[in-house]
Design a protein around this ligand. Structure first.
Ligand SMILES: C[S@@+](CC[C@H](N)C(=O)[O-])C[C@H]1O[C@@H](n2cnc3c(N)ncnc32)[C@H](O)[C@@H]1O
Length: 313
């Protein structure tokens, strides 16, 4: 009964937030502060999304310039709409931040003063059932951030072996019930293909004994995270980006990364530490900066955000 009441409360919070059409940028003031937005500087927002952080960066100082990248053409359209008042001061490109070096080279801008990555999904993704990211809205099991990608969650769920499913759910979802979930998925798909988000969410919820359901998140959260990471090659993209990021910064240039799960945050933390040990950067955040309680109240999506920043020496 207690668990049920908690779940109901959880659904109410999220149904309310999902109906909100606008993506609220997380840790907005902190991003502007750590990027050191000063006159005449050139910034890259590698995950421009709905343009929330980009707008804040352009607003902070009058003659800054911003290059916004995103793999999602729908997000770029939204960013274009939001950034209309800053015409002439930004350029948007449909590109993966894993290719940042190449993108900058093609624009003859090899070094920039600051780069931001705000990883993960936007509210635009969650709000549209057809994108397949939300376990609360019935939609196709898609989960592609870029519609040009050929791998979908439906393909993984219906075609990958039980062992491979278990591996990604364990590794990318850090889900201790991965074995049972993978087994249930395989059992269900032999009856009929698993085609919708809510169908998968129910299978996952049934695979985990009710008394072990997590208290503050939906039982399918970790499995959905794992599938999303696999579909979008998220960890590999971040790794590729980190191998080029320092070369793309001027000396004194800043890199700010907001992550939403421990796999990404660990990679960022480890890389920033290595760079600091090699005297390549000055850490700007000893510990990750997290949102205040007030921000989380206004924007529950911010609750797991961690911001880390460095300055190139
Ligand atoms: C959390 S949202 C960013 C929201 C944005 N900061 C704002 O204030 O509106 C993350 C965005 O990054 C995009 N994205 C994810 N992986 C990407 C990648 N490898 N390269 C470029 N964009 C990516 C997603 O499509 C999404 O629009």
């Amino acid at each position: 009964m207690k668990t049920l009441r908690k779940s109901v409360r959880f659904y109410q919070i999220w149904v309310f937030k999902l109906s909100d059409p606008i993506h609220i940028p997380v840790l907005k003031e902190e991003v502007v502060f750590f990027l050191n937005c000063k006159k005449g500087k050139f910034f890259v927002d590698g995950t421009v999304g709905c343009g929330g952080h980009a707008k804040a960066i352009l607003e902070a100082k009058a003659d800054t310039f911003l290059l916004g990248l995103d793999v999602d053409e729908e997000a770029l359209k939204e960013a274009e709409r939001v950034l209309v008042p800053y015409e002439g001061r930004y350029h948007l490109v449909e590109a993966n931040f894993a290719k940042i070096g190449l993108v900058l080279k093609s624009l003859h801008q090899e070094k920039v003063d600051g780069i931001l990555l705000d990883l993960g999904m936007s509210s635009l993704h969650l709000a549209q059932a057809k994108r397949g990211f939300s376990f609360l809205r019935t939609g196709p099991l898609d989960m592609r951030m870029s519609k040009k990608g050929s791998l979908t969650a439906e393909l993984i769920v219906n075609r990958w072996s039980q062992a491979r499913l278990k591996e990604i759910i364990q590794k990318y979802g850090e889900e201790k019930w991965a074995g049972r979930i993978a087994k249930c998925i395989v059992e269900e798909r032999t009856k009929a293909p698993i085609q919708t988000t809510t169908q998968l969410a129910e299978i996952v919820a049934k695979a985990i004994p009710r008394r072990y359901w997590p208290h503050h998140i939906h039982p399918a959260t970790r499995t959905f995270q794992a599938l999303r990471i696999a579909v979008n090659n998220e960890l590999e993209n971040l790794k590729q980006f980190l191998t080029q990021a320092l070369d793309c910064l001027t000396s004194g240039g800043r890199l700010v990364i907001i992550s939403f799960h421990s796999l990404e945050d660990r990679m960022v933390k480890k890389t920033f530490r290595e760079w600091a040990r090699e005297n390549k950067v000055r850490p700007l955040t000893k510990k990750p900066v997290v949102p205040t309680q007030e921000e989380v109240k206004q924007n529950p999506r911010a609750r797991s955000a961690k911001l880390r920043a460095i300055e190139k020496i």
